[in-house]
Design a binder for this molecule. Structure first.
Ligand code: FUB
Length: 453
């Protein structure tokens, strides 16, 4: 029985109604971890690490070869941009595994993606666009020191005076002052005293620091959030009045949970709200009782306390966050813009990312779609292999009001054609479900859709 069928059976019926509402984890078509959200202009760019489907059983058995990018303008519908960088971009690093937790930052119109290659060191890639292409300007690692296996999980921020700081490390926390070029640094590698365990020490560290630092400044407070002592890891944090400390431990943003070995914070403000990102193992445990390092990025909203401290949140909810905008369905929407997907995968072709591996009963949910006064027709770009397939357009659940059904005409394997159907006029803001029907597996590939008036 292949993984996809198992996944479908495991989730069938009993999870069906639950998952229809679920927003956490936010990506279901791949295993994603180590979220590094970056707000740039009106968009959240979510860079993640990527657990391979065939990561073996066992805690710590990571299999990670590349970094992924997703974007959102409403915090609930995430557009898949595929692989944004990979181990191949770092010729000096190991190539088989080790694409661990990244972070991207913009400076003067260039985008700097700091990446650990576990066991080889921390490198930096540069691009003219947040979507890439990212290139290694150094051809060697950025951080040169002697604790190479500990040099993971870079986090970066630029202070108001223009000084940029790069922090990283497990089980200690180090930092350097980056030069303005963001690809070199001045001064020595500094260790933040008292944070993290010394070698062979038990958890005597009052910060409960393990790894995954996330440094930022907000309202004159400096924050350092991080994955707290393993295992399971929660999210702890410290605050300071300067970027180099002294850091005062402030407690947990989230306690560890026995359903999870790890966690890894990313924190942003977006459209007037504050969000913490991390990950759980929910999709892995829908497939099997056995722990594989197959993680999935989650998001929660929170409010800072008046003194700038962060309240402790419960473990990742299944419902996730509310939308901070609506989606305009009258302009082209990529099929890989997804709030929740059941069964499908994404792939990259000559026309970019598309949805594939579509079987009977699979669906895509797109949240908070503003149909205005209602639409008259539905268009989709399809490359169809099978003879008998359809997309049912439904509202608010996979079995909700049927607006119409697009009967797919075969287009031949790799030929993309726009196909359309009439739909029932239904006004208002709804969750749109594109439910796939057919009498075989691998029904067709799906690139984009839109409604017409
Ligand atoms: O994803 C690989 C490693 O696991 C990360 O670098 C750590 O933060 C932990 O999440």
């Amino acid at each position: 029985m292949n993984v996809k069928i198992k996944f479908f059976l495991a989730t069938a019926f009993i999870f069906f109604t639950v998952l229809c509402k679920a927003q956490n984890p936010v990506i279901q078509t791949k295993y994603t971890a180590d979220p590094a959200p970056m707000v740039y202009k009106d968009t959240v760019f979510l860079y993640t690490s990527h657990d391979e489907n065939d990561a073996g059983p066992g805690m710590g058995k990571f299999l990670m070869k590349d970094w992924l990018l997703y974007t959102s303008v409403d915090m609930v519908n995430w557009t898949d941009h595929g692989v944004v960088a990979s181990l191949k971009d770092f010729t000096w690093g190991r190539q088989d595994n080790g694409a661990w937790a990244p972070q991207c930052i913009e400076r003067n119109g260039k985008f700097y993606l700091y990446c650990p290659v576990q066991g080889s060191g921390i490198g930096v890639l540069v691009a003219d666009s947040p979507y890439g292409p990212f290139k290694d300007p150094l051809g060697k690692k950025l951080i040169e020191d002697d604790h190479i296996w500990n040099d993971i999980d870079p986090t970066v921020f630029i202070d108001d005076d223009g000084q940029a700081y790069l922090y990283w490390g497990n089980p200690s926390l180090w930092y350097v002052k980056l030069n303005e070029d963001m690809i070199s640094y001045s001064g020595e590698v500094m260790k933040i005293p008292g944070v993290g365990k010394e070698k062979d020490q038990k958890d005597s560290d009052t910060y409960h620091y393990q790894e995954g630092p996330w440094g930022y400044k907000r309202n004159n407070h400096y924050y350092m959030a991080y994955a707290s002592t393993c295992c399971p890891e929660g999210i702890g944090y410290a605050m300071a009045l300067t970027p180099t400390g002294p850091w005062e431990y402030k407690g947990y943003i989230m306690q560890g949970n026995k359903k999870s070995s790890g966690n890894h914070p990313g924190i942003i403000d977006y459209k007037g709200k504050s969000y913490v990102f991390g990950f759980n193992f929910r999709l892995n445990f829908l497939l099997t009782d056995v722990h594989h390092e197959r993680r999935s990025v989650c998001i929660e909203e929170f409010n800072y306390n008046l003194d700038g401290t962060i309240p402790e949140l419960p473990w990742w909810s299944e419902t996730g966050v509310a939308p901070v905008g609506t989606l305009n369905p009258f302009k082209r929407t990529e099929a890989e813009t997804i709030a929740w997907a059941q069964g499908v995968k994404t792939a990259k072709g000559t026309n970019g990312i598309y949805v594939t591996d579509i079987d009977n009963g699979d669906y895509i949910k797109v949240k908070a779609v503003d149909l205005g006064k209602g639409a008259k027709n539905f268009e989709a770009s399809i490359a169809g292999m099978a003879g008998d397939a359809a997309i049912e357009i439904r509202l608010d659940s996979p079995t909700g009001i049927l607006l119409g059904a697009l009967q797919i005409k075969s287009t031949g394997n790799n030929t993309w054609k726009t196909q359309s159907c009439r739909v029932k006029k239904q006004p208002g803001v709804h969750d749109v479900y594109l439910v796939f029907k057919g009498n075989s597996n691998g029904l067709f590939n799906f690139d984009w859709w839109k409604f017409g008036i």
